[in-house]
Ligand binder design. Structure first.
Ligand code: IMP
Ligand code: MG
Length: 233
């Protein structure tokens, strides 16, 4: 018994380094396997999670947008008869509206772009407007139509109209695709309005949420999941 015990102990002692080696390599192999599996697993970024918990419900279809733009274009041309028109698009939201509107107005039309920033990544205005890109050419003596995607609080247009008035255009008008009259904080109105809409956050046809959804063909209401919507406020 004593002999056997001593033998086992001696055997165990003699195997210890070998056992340790086997244990270590088994552990290493299992760790490597785990790492490989983790690398294959799709990583869910916060952006992907956000995309999944957002939904867009069509509010104004592309066909309605097209028809309405044709009517607005006709009205603008009627108001300015044979005069040249200079459209000033507010980047980036108004690009598609301006592109479609300009092509529906017969006669002489030129255009330019200006960029302002006011919203950042939230669905709520910071209330601050900043000029980030000025016009390429002078608007002095021109029939200027400011083309904007949406009139919300009115801060952006109020800021832009102040700048443009100082530059002595012949006429200064405003065309907006969408108007949210219930959100107005300052007394600004548009001369041409595509659609008046309720107080919903909309995306598509140039309008974005954190730079996404601009490429949608229709205008839709964006709904955020509760947790996300709370964090965006
Ligand atoms: P305002 O200065 O509050 O009138 O906001 C005008 C700008 O805010 C627009 O040009 C848009 O860029 C942005 N904005 C306001 N409402 C919405 C919306 O519902 N969806 C996307 N952008 C919006
Ligand atoms: Mg805009």
């Amino acid at each position: 018994m004593f002999r056997l015990g001593l033998g086992s102990a001696l055997l165990a002692l003699s195997l210890t380094p070998r056992l340790r080696y086997i244990l270590r390599s088994t552990l290493r192999a299992s760790r490597m396997k785990k790492a490989k599996l983790a690398a294959k697993k799709p990583v869910t970024s916060s952006k992907e999670r956000a995309t999944r918990s957002e939904s867009v419900k069509i509010l104004i279809s592309r066909d309605r947008i097209r028809r309405r733009i044709r009517e607005v274009a006709r009205q603008i041309r009627k108001d300015f008869a044979d005069e040249p028109l200079h459209l000033v698009g507010v980047l980036k939201g108004a690009v598609f509206f301006l592109a479609d509107l300009a092509r529906e107005i017969p006669g002489e039309v030129s255009f330019d772009f200006i960029a302002v920033s006011s919203y950042g990544k939230n669905t709520h205005s910071s209330g601050q407007v900043r000029l980030t890109r000025d016009l390429d050419s002078s608007i002095e003596g021109k029939n200027v139509i400011v083309v904007e995607d949406i009139l919300d609080t009115g801060m952006t247009l109020q800021y832009l109209l102040r700048i443009f008035e100082q530059r002595n255009p012949k006429a200064l008008r405003v065309a907006v695709l969408l108007d949210k009259p219930s959100r107005r904080l300052v007394p600004v109105r548009a001369d041409y309005i595509g659609f008046s809409i309720p107080n919903e956050f909309v995306v598509g046809y140039g309008l974005d949420y954190a730079e996404r959804y601009r490429n949608l063909l229709d205008v839709g209401v964006l709904t955020l999941a509760d947790a996300l919507s709370a964090s965006a406020k």
